[in-house]
Design a protein around this ligand. Structure first.
Ligand code: IPE
Ligand code: IPE
Ligand code: MG
Length: 242
């Protein structure tokens, strides 16, 4: 079976899951953290090289303060509770986004676990935190512009590979599969540049209920798709034969 090397997930539907059960939205985020644990574990076992989870967007800062604070506390708990599991399983933890905007009670365990797991090689778990795809591209353009101004880079030489080097996802395998839970069919400012050729899957399950059996279904569907990258189907078949 063809496995995606890199899976991105827009973990959506926590609030609706809770509200439909008469519970506060934060309860959905709490159970959603259990899904994160299960999906991380399963991905590692299955042999996925990179898992990137959209946990908090640049736009999510505008939610009610109590929800934002609750999410930050859950994030801290996740980083502390999962520390040994991540290290024991040789997982490297990464983070993308405007990390400097997060409160110190999150950045402290985050930086610590990033450093402690830096040499792990079995899987990269990237948390997108205070992340926006457009913000990420704008930041890359800023840094690239600085290098051009400093004479380190000639504007005429900038191509797709050059630009890619300025993105925080540089170094990860290309995103092969993007999953969004909750039934919404939009990207909501998640990886924009990086999903150019990803297979997209929109699943009608809320994130707190999304567990490894749902991931397996997505992986089966992924394996059944033909990725053509602009070529014809016949070209792909002849490539396999030659
Ligand atoms: C996803 O669930 C988690 C975050 C965005 C932090 P939501 O909180 O968006 O849940 P819904 O979409 O309102 O149900
Ligand atoms: C996207 O979900 C962000 C995360 C999953 C972290 P949202 O719930 O914020 O997206 P919209 O508002 O429905 O587009
Ligand atoms: Mg949502």
């Amino acid at each position: 079976m063809t496995l995606p090397r890199h899976v991105g997930i827009i973990m959506d539907g926590n609030g609706r899951w809770a509200q439909s059960r008469g519970k506060p939205r934060l309860e959905g985020h709490r159970v959603g953290a259990d899904s994160v644990r299960d999906i991380t574990r399963a991905s590692r076992e299955i042999g996925i090289e990179a898992l990137t989870l959209y946990a908090f967007s640049s736009q999510n800062w505008l939610r009610p303060i109590d929800e934002v604070t609750g999410l930050m506390q859950l994030l801290r708990e996740f980083l502390i509770d999962e520390r040994s599991e991540i290290l024991d399983n040789q997982i490297r933890l990464e983070a993308i986004g405007d990390i400097e905007k997060l409160p110190p009670f999150v950045t402290e365990p985050l930086h610590e676990l990033r450093a402690a797991s830096a040499n792990n090689t079995k899987m990269v778990l990237t948390l997108a935190l205070s992340y926006g795809g457009r913000e990420s591209i704008a930041r890359a353009v800023r840094e690239l512009g600085r290098d051009v101004a400093a004479g380190k880079l000639a504007a005429e030489t900038i191509d797709v590979d050059t630009f890619d080097r300025y993105l925080p996802t540089h170094g990860l395998p290309p995103v092969d599969l993007l999953i969004r839970t909750s039934g919404e069919q939009r990207i909501s400012n998640f990886l924009l540049w990086e999903i150019a050729y990803a297979e997209l899957m929109f699943i009608d399950v809320q994130w707190p209920e999304f567990r490894r059996e749902h991931l397996r279904t997505c992986l089966d569907q992924y394996a059944a798709r033909e990725r053509r990258f602009g070529l014809t189907s016949a070209q792909l078949t002849s490539d396999v034969e030659s």
